[in-house]
Design a protein around this ligand. Structure first.
Ligand code: SF4
Ligand SMILES: [Zn+2]
Length: 362
């Protein structure tokens, strides 16, 4: 048996780092990727959202489940690099030029594999140029660790509003700034072991601060994180959704925990992580939609990893996609091959708001 999972943050950081593969090299003037997808907006409309995966300096935290460092750089990118990455996707004069689909996008996500408001990742001196690039969108969504929520959020919001105000002929309201934060789980002991360096209380304070500044909050939740018994995964995914909405989230995103960073595989080998079955993600999404407290989305990236039964997986993936878009319940997909009765929550009486959930600390 290998040595135990470290009990303190400094040793955990080293444990996580020791299991990483070499970091790929990235061009700081090109985004890692960009893509369009439809998403149900807070207003209820179906809108096109452009996601740009920016290349920036890696996050200073060492969360045990995170593999986003693979798309980052080890040193800060030079001033001007982030606006150049945006220009490559948005500038009408870029080569290749953005197509009409990009022009139709009404919202934009700027995800940088860390925190947008980490000054070593996104130079604050670039905020005005970034605001200039994205001020035409109705909503600008960035990600941030709760510890980095602060005055820079309001500063960037003001720059966005000012840039939008200078666009000739624009009569639309200024863009809404939305900040996505990883809650990961509302289970306090599991959250501590994930090595995120935050507590439920600090998460709640950051969410309150964002809301006070007039910003929208999006929350990422891990389905079946490490250190949680599989039988507890669904109850805690439900509890995490409730906590996210208690914190004022307008959207919660359910992310099935995946391997891929070395540390998660090591935990799996030690019996401290089991990949979630598709049914747990389905049931968590069904529950979140039933709550009716805000949008709930399942992250379908790389969902094939959860495909245990080739007979029903394609239809179940389509059902998840349809739930994401419609935000309305759909019947479960039964399967004669794997005997799946469909998602547990849909095949049994609805859990409802008053089902007994694991208690949360005050
Ligand atoms: S804070 Fe976010 S980006 Fe940073 S290591 Fe943790 S999960 Fe990854
Ligand atoms: Zn099946």
């Amino acid at each position: 048996m290998s040595e135990p999972y470290p009990a303190n943050r400094r040793e955990r950081d080293a444990w996580v780092l020791a299991r990483r593969a070499p970091q790929p090299v990235h061009d700081p003037r090109r985004p890692h990727a960009s893509f369009l997808e439809a998403e149900r907006a807070e207003s209820g409309e179906l809108v096109e959202v452009l996601t740009v995966l920016l290349v920036s300096r890696e996050c200073p935290w060492r969360c045990v489940m995170c593999d986003l460092w693979r798309f980052t750089t080890t040193t800060s990118v030079p001033r001007g690099a982030i606006p150049a990455q945006l220009a490559a996707v948005l500038d009408p004069n870029a080569e290749p030029a953005p197509g009409p689909a990009v022009e139709r996008a009404r919202q934009i996500k700027l995800y940088n594999g860390g925190s947008f408001f980490d000054p070593r990742a996104i130079p604050p001196a670039d905020y005005p140029a970034i605001a200039q690039h994205v001020c035409r969108f109705e909503r600008v969504i960035v990600e941030c660790h709760p510890a980095l929520v602060g005055d820079r959020c309001a500063r960037f919001r003001d720059l966005l509003h000012a840039a939008a105000g200078k666009v000739g002929g624009r009569s639309a309201p200024p863009p809404v700034l939305e900040v996505a934060m990883g809650l990961e789980t509302a289970h306090p002991a599991v959250l501590e072991k994930l090595n995120k360096g935050m507590t439920l209380a600090s998460f709640r304070r950051a969410a309150e601060s964002l809301r006070r500044q007039g910003l929208a909050v999006r929350v990422f939740i891990l389905v079946q994180p490490p250190f949680l018994e599989p039988a507890q995964a669904l109850p805690w995914a439900r509890r995490s959704l409730e906590f996210a909405f208690d914190c004022g989230a307008t959207a919660a995103v359910l992310i099935p925990t995946r391997g891929g960073n070395g540390a998660v595989e090591a935990l799996q080998a030690r019996g401290q992580f089991t990949p979630p079955p598709l049914a747990t993600l389905e049931a968590a999404l069904d529950y979140g939609l039933e709550l009716g407290r805000g949008r709930v989305l399942a992250d379908l990236w790389d969902l094939e990893r959860l495909a245990a039964c080739p007979a029903c997986f394609p239809s179940r993936r389509e059902r998840l996609r349809a739930l994401n878009l419609s935000q309305a319940p759909l019947p479960a997909i039964p399967c004669a091959v794997c005997s799946a009765p469909g998602p547990p929550a849909a095949s049994q009486p609805s859990p409802g708001r008053h089902q007994v959930q694991p208690p949360l600390p005050a």
